[in-house]
Design a protein around this ligand. Structure first.
Ligand SMILES: Cc1cc2nc3c(=O)[nH]c(=O)nc-3n(C[C@H](O)[C@H](O)[C@H](O)COP(=O)(O)OP(=O)(O)OC[C@H]3O[C@@H](n4cnc5c(N)ncnc54)[C@H](O)[C@@H]3O)c2cc1C
Length: 377
């Protein structure tokens, strides 16, 4: 028995496709509506923690992720300045269990393609270039109107449409992302053989300079600065700014700097935070993933929390007979405190950097979140 037989999912990112895969595998008819015209993902690379990998195994995509990405178990710390001295190489916690590496770095579009292909393979219908224009929910179902003029009735609508969620707005939730005061430059570059795990440089002109390998020949590098209005910056200027900011960092940064060009997909984004309090649903419409919560990627938990939302929601829907308050209470009890704790910790890390708190217990905070997310969601 399942509480739903027909579900619409708005948004085909990590949260939406994960929910689609699990529900379709459970025999539910699933339509995914994705606004973009095809599979693409902003940015360059993504750092996936073990607890995300554990959900990927549940989705049946772990082997593909392992093959396409770059796994490692160590976090390195280096000093800014010419020596780029290695301060520490810290064994990273395998939060998904011993069978998965602590972390996998990956090219974002590869992950997006694996997720969409799997959703299609298990029977979900993915409609690109389509968005939602109206939602009317009653006790028994939801009427959804779409940008192509069509409409449909569903037992449940899942808003997995990211940070600036239209579904969130349509159901009247007015809690949304707030800037944290930091912005990040990211670039996709060639991986020198010396880069075999994430390394972070704290201090210098940026709060953090870091990089993460994503494949045999690829990696992404990033610089976190005080948030600036960079909206008018051209691709050429972006390369120049990133090159200038990186001058204080050496070691592998010398290679990336030489490699930086407009082909490096240099991208600038502000960090945000929000957690929708109390309830993520209004009747038979629920938001998950970044529609419901966001935090700065200081703990690289965004995608993990998004797919955990999907996994818990699908598990409860497939096990229940009805979409009722009991189901929503169970969902919120398992998801809200955990997502909130992760967001608050990732914001705290950023705040410590902005305030230059030398006494901050960063290892303690990371250990606490590592222990939390090591427990299955
Ligand atoms: C700079 C930066 C770096 C990050 N780095 C990491 C990292 O290293 N590791 C990590 O785990 N997380 C990271 N994150 C967070 C991570 O990207 C998100 O948490 C994760 O992508 C959330 O997945 P989602 O499916 O909820 O949303 P998204 O991935 O944003 O997917 C939402 C989808 O919905 C679609 N959509 C939007 N509006 C509509 C609409 N109206 N109708 C239909 N479709 C719509 C979008 O096109 C998109 O495909 C980072 C975030 C930022 C900003």
């Amino acid at each position: 028995m399942s509480a739903v037989s027909r579900v619409a999912i708005v948004g085909g990112g990590a949260a939406g496709t994960a929910a689609a895969i699990l529900l379709a595998k459970g025999g539910v008819t699933v339509d995914v509506f994705e606004a973009k015209p095809d599979i693409s993902a902003l940015g360059s690379g993504i750092t996936l923690q073990g607890n995300a990998l554990r959900v990927f195994a549940q989705l049946g995509i772990w082997e593909q992720v392992q093959e396409a990405g770059y796994g490692f178990d160590v976090l390195g710390l280096r000093t800014p300045g010419p020596e780029a001295r290695i301060l520490a190489e810290i064994p990273d916690q395998r939060t998904g269990g011993p069978e998965f590496p602590a972390t996998v770095g990956m090219y974002r579009p590869d992950l997006a393609r694996i997720l969409v292909d799997r959703a299609t393979e298990v029977g979900a219908s993915v409609h690109f270039g389509t968005t939602v224009t109206g939602i009317a929910s009653d006790d028994d179902g939801v009427d959804l109107t779409l940008s192509d003029g069509s409409s449909g009735r569903y037992d449940l609508v899942i808003g997995a449409d990211g940070l600036h969620s239209r579904v969130r707005e349509l159901i009247g939730i007015d809690v949304g992302p707030q800037r944290t005061g930091m912005g990040i430059w990211r670039a996709f570059v060639n991986r020198p053989a010396s880069v075999t795990h994430t390394e972070l440089y704290y201090g210098g002109p940026c709060f953090i300079a870091g990089y993460c390998p994503t494949g045999d020949d690829t990696m992404y590098a990033y610089l976190v600065e005080k948030a600036e209005d960079r909206s008018a910056v051209t691709d050429e200027q972006a390369v120049e700014i990133m090159r200038d900011l990186s001058m204080a960092y050496h070691g592998p940064w010398d290679d990336f700097r030489a490699d930086l060009s407009t082909a490096s997909r240099v991208n600038y984004t502000w960090f945000t935070q929000h957690v929708v309090p109390d309830a993520w649903n209004r009747g038979r419409v629920v938001i998950i993933g970044e529609a419901a919560h966001s935090g700065p990627p200081t703990l690289a938990q965004g995608a993990a929390q998004a797919v955990e939302d999907a996994s818990v929601l699908a598990e409860l829907l497939l096990a229940a007979d009805d979409v009722d308050q009991h189901l929503w209470d169970a969902f919120h009890a398992r998801r809200l405190p955990r997502a909130r704790e992760v967001v608050e910790a990732s914001v705290q890390l950023g705040t410590w950097l902005i305030e230059e708190r030398r006494d901050a217990d960063i290892p303690g905070l990371m250990g606490r979140i590592g222990a939390l997310v090591s427990e299955p969601a």
